[in-house]
Write a protein that binds this ligand. Structure first.
Ligand code: PLP
Length: 401
């Protein structure tokens, strides 16, 4: 008999995954070219060539016993952690050292490590809707309580007045994700400054420590020169979770890192506890070969022009069909208003046209649907006539005809 808690988790299991599996099933029946699967954030851009070169070089240059062994510290190789710190300092004017970095099993692994490190049962974790739905499970893993701030559907910047009201003496962490999944919105510097000021004041008011966790797997995926503030510079008690899943197209390799700056409350204890959490959660250490790969590829970038072309084509195409959404500045998602209140019914209708979308309720924002446009350009071009037919069903006005 499985655990009661798992029963709930299985029942609420990710709608994104379910849709992705449905996409695979449909592709077998109708042919992959006739299914327009916008469900999963699995990059369609290959990893930079330098990644392959790095893997080959590492295999040729290194003693395989050492290369594939456990790392001395569960937080990762010292040289890799130092290289990550140095790269962040060069880019953001920060002053991190290797000890501030914990190599992790992607952003998901990093979030679990830091929540395991910080949460006592009943501690509250605040998230801004719409948010990455897995935060629910990650918080529940450590018996935390997820507190949602309702979505601001005007521009999808966080609702800071509600945020201020919902902080309590039990608030232990706040997770922000910018560029955001599922909206693609980048939180403005003004938003971050105000958010930081609220947190400072509330820490004072309650005499507590409130950790800001910046979950940023999409940091590098921005368009039109959008700037993504580096949060440790605005609020001292900030921990950053990063991932190479999207920035180097390595989601299956499971590699990322946490930054735990010295300015964080009781930082040495947090760093030491995160090191232990990495081990006792069963990760033991982040994949060793991939640690070395990312250190060698620290200045590599994904082909952002690929995503940008998709973004323009899908955004313009949907707008022309009469759909409403704001133009994303980052990540590779469009968050589109459902033409009917029940967005799950809309997703079911879209499926009849072989269009696979994810309901916004998975992100705490019903009434919207998410499209991941990290797909082949042809998928977008070929899907647009289907979207047009779908829009007609809802009598949306076609802005070009
Ligand atoms: N956080 C957000 C906002 C995400 O969108 C994702 C993956 O899509 C993750 C975390 C997990 O990423 P990773 O593959 O690095 O574990």
């Amino acid at each position: 008999m499985i655990a009661e808690k798992m029963k709930q988790m299985v029942a609420n299991s990710s709608a994104i995954r379910a849709m992705f599996e449905e996409g695979n099933r449909m592709a077998e029946i109708y042919g992959a070219e006739n299914v327009y699967d916008f469900s999963l954030g699995n990059p369609n851009v290959p990893a930079p060539e330098a990644v392959k070169d790095a893997i080959v070089e590492l295999l040729e240059e290194n003693d395989p016993v050492a290369l594939h062994g456990y790392t001395n510290s569960n937080s990762g190789y010292a040289d890799v952690r130092a290289a990550v710190a140095e790269s962040l300092n060069a880019r953001f004017g920060t002053q991190f050292a290797g000890k501030n970095i914990v190599m992790t099993v992607g952003a998901a692994g990093g979030l679990n490590v830091i929540l395991k490190t910080l949460l006592n049962p009943g501690d509250e974790v605040i998230v801004f809707a719409p948010y990455f739905g897995e935060y629910r499970s990650y918080t529940s893993n450590y018996d935390g309580v997820l507190v949602e701030i309702s979505p601001n559907t005007v521009d999808f910047q966080p609702k800071l007045d509600e945020f201020e009201r919902k902080i309590t003496s039990k608030t232990k962490a706040v997770i922000v994700n910018t560029p955001n999944n599922p909206t693609g919105v980048v939180y403005s510097e003004e938003t971050i400054q105000k958010l930081a000021a609220i947190l400072e004041a509330k820490q004072q008011e309650y005499g507590t420590q409130i950790y800001l966790i910046s979950d940023e797997p999409y940091r590098e995926l921005v368009y039109d020169g959008a700037k993504v503030p580096y949060l440790t510079k605005y609020y001292a008690n900030t921990i950053v979770g990063y991932s190479y899943s999207k920035s180097l197209s390595l989601p299956g390799e499971r590699i990322g890192y946490l930054v735990i700056p010295d300015e964080v409350c009781e930082s040495e204890e947090v760093q030491a506890a995160a090191n232990v959490a990495t081990r006792i959660l069963g990760f033991v250490n982040a994949p060793t070969l991939q640690q070395k790969v990312v250190a060698k590829c620290i200045n590599e970038k994904t082909d952002i022009s690929f995503y940008d072309r998709n973004r323009e084509a899908l955004y313009q195409g949907l707008k022309e069909c009469g759909f409403t959404c704001i133009k994303p500045q980052g990540a590779f998602y469009l968050f589109v208003k459902s033409p009917v209140e029940d967005e799950k019914a809309f997703c079911a209708e879209a499926k009849k046209y072989h269009l696979l979308l994810v309901p916004g309720s998975s992100f705490g924002c019903p009434g919207y649907v998410r499209l991941a446009y990290c797909v082949a350009y042809e998928t977008i071009v070929n899907s647009l006539p289907k979207f047009k037919e779908l829009a007609k069903e809802y009598a949306l006005s076609d802005s070009v005809s």
